[in-house]
Design a protein around this ligand. Structure first.
Ligand SMILES: [Zn+2]
Length: 101
């Protein structure tokens, strides 16, 4: 019984580290994804893999309040303005990752 429990802990920690590394590479918290992948090992890692990568998503500015959003957001979380993809390509901001290079 103890051996099986120990093996499960080792597996959970391994999945946790894997999920954490994937989560961190996508701009999220390592520890958040460590906990998720450790709690639900296979599902947690899959969730981290298929999660949207926030650092590589193009962004745009809210016409109402100027807050920066991802282009796929439907409305502004700060002022509630409905957001449409701008017609002007110059209004679309590059992904965050591009700015830090
Ligand atoms: Zn706004």
């Amino acid at each position: 019984m103890n051996g099986a429990g120990g093996a499960y802990v080792v597996i959970a920690v391994c999945f946790g580290i894997g999920g954490g590394i994937i989560g961190r590479s996508k701009g999220q918290s390592f520890w958040l994804w460590f906990l998720i992948a450790g709690a639900v090992p296979i599902f947690g890692v899959l969730a981290a893999v298929f999660m949207r990568n926030d650092r590589t998503v193009a962004r745009m500015q809210c016409p109402g309040c100027g807050k920066i959003h991802h282009v796929h957001d439907a409305f502004c979380l700060r002022c509630g303005t409905e957001l449409y993809l701008p017609d002007d390509a110059d209004a679309i901001l590059p992904p965050e990752q591009a700015l830090h290079r």
